[in-house]
Design a protein around this ligand. Structure first.
Ligand code: PMP
Length: 411
């Protein structure tokens, strides 16, 4: 384990516990939702115990404090993603909401019949269905970048799809199934050369890889608090100021207006225009603490540890008889997410038997039905790792897979 991460597990109280069946928890499901360090849990308590009230409204001292805390979180998130202005950081309920916001607000306003949106088959349903629906509504066309046999995007095919008709390219920074890390910087440049906008679904990439929206020319970026060691119910939409300023609001009500009259209303400035209603106040503040936590660890240490774990996991998993891993086998092109099947084992049976040994993994289509159709499999088992995992966790996974193979009479 990388030196300054060796004590990291102690920051996460849940990782110290044993399960009701007495087995120690081996948490390999951070891709679905990560765990929170004590500082984030403490921050949540601090807000409720000391200064909780509504934001942006009261002149009272609690309102003042809670607003200052929330706006400070916004500024720290701005710095974390390299955005130019705090107003470019919109608090949403998560990645799903962030993508729906742009698909609906931008799509309904700007998309015309015959316009094209470029996606691909590895996308999570959250970065798929919102575009599909708005394309159907507006008569726009979805185009799909082909995948290579090892689960990367075929960039030559991508270039051949780009044209004057392309209005939006939306891609995941890291696949939640294949682990593929997509070359967003190069893809953004190509999208812009074609005059299109570029959206990154950062749900899986932002917690594990550094991002700079300005340097990478990302127009929109979405990510979720619960995958980056913060609370659930909060997420971020980053949008370039000039773009957000020219988008109509998506939700209407309190906080997002500047004037309301019986016959018409006027909208507030950014970011309030896209934050109708009472936001997830405590969650937004605690997301700021989670971002500080990641910043302090530093991506050099995070990436080194996750690379070390990935190398170990890949070697051990590939040695299991009849086990197939989906996605790139080159570590430089993938994150610490391993989806696999074992010939003759149903993924649900496998996940259930692993759970008996205290191993938390996910099974199913992981909200990527088109990808599973492409792979010609109904489902898979997914072990997603994070810097707080250890090689002992991977040994426990391999031992539990052995146990499952015996129970399923595969060994
Ligand atoms: N995109 C990707 C790549 C994801 O992995 C997920 C979560 N599984 C989402 C989008 C949706 O995130 P949320 O459920 O937090 O909105």
């Amino acid at each position: 384990m990388v030196a300054n991460l060796s004590a990291i597990r102690n920051d996460f109280p849940i990782l110290q516990r044993s399960l009701p069946n007495g087995k120690p928890l081996v948490y390999l499901d951070s891709g679905a939702s990560a765990q929170r360090p004590q500082v984030v849990i403490d921050k949540i308590s601090e807000v409720y115990e000391q200064y909780y009230s509504n934001v942006h409204r009261g002149v009272h001292q609690l309102g003042d404090r809670v607003t200052t805390e929330m706006e400070s979180a916004r500024s720290r998130i701005q710095n974390f993603i390299g955005a130019e202005h705090p107003e470019e950081v919109i608090f949403t309920s998560g990645t799903t909401m962030s993508i729906n916001l742009v698909a609906q607000a931008w799509g309904r306003h700007y998309l015309k019949a015959g316009d094209e949106i470029i996606l691909n088959e590895m996308e999570h349903h959250a970065n798929f269905v919102p575009w599909q629906v708005v394309a159907q509504e507006q008569g726009a066309v979805l185009k799909f970048i082909q995948l290579t046999p090892d689960g990367r995007l075929d960039l030559e095919h991508y270039q051949s799809l780009l044209s004057a008709k392309t209005r939006m390219v939306s891609v995941t920074g890291m696949s939640n199934v294949l682990g593929t890390i997509n070359p967003v910087e190069e893809m953004a440049r190509l999208a812009h050369e074609a005059g299109a906008l570029f959206f990154v679904d950062g749900a899986q990439s932002v917690p594990h890889l550094p991002v700079n929206v300005v340097e990478s020319e990302i127009d929109f970026l979405a990510f979720s608090g619960h995958k980056i060691f913060g609370p659930s119910g909060i997420g971020v939409l980053y949008g370039r100021q000039a773009l957000l300023e020219n988008l109509p609001p998506f939700l209407f009500g309190g906080n997002m207006i500047s004037e309301v009259h019986l016959d018409e209303s006027k909208w507030a400035r950014l970011p309030a225009r896209f934050e109708a209603g009472t936001p997830a106040i405590t969650q937004a503040i605690a997301l700021g603490t989670a971002i500080d936590y990641v910043t302090e660890l530093g991506f050099d240490a995070i990436e080194a540890q996750e690379h070390h774990l990935s190398q170990y996991a890949l070697e051990k998993l590939l040695a299991v008889p009849d086990l197939e891993i989906y996605g790139p086998q080159e570590l430089a092109e993938r994150g610490a997410i391993f989806s696999f099947n074992i010939a003759g084992a149903h993924p649900e049976d496998l996940a259930t038997l692993l759970d008996r040994r205290g191993i938390a993994v996910r099974h199913g289509h992981h909200c990527t039905m088109p990808l599973h159709q492409h792979l010609k499999i109904p489902a898979s088992v997914r072990a997603s790792l994070c810097f707080y995992n250890t090689t002992e966790d991977i040994d426990a996974l391999i031992e539990a897979i052995d146990f499952a193979r015996q129970r399923l009479r595969l060994a």
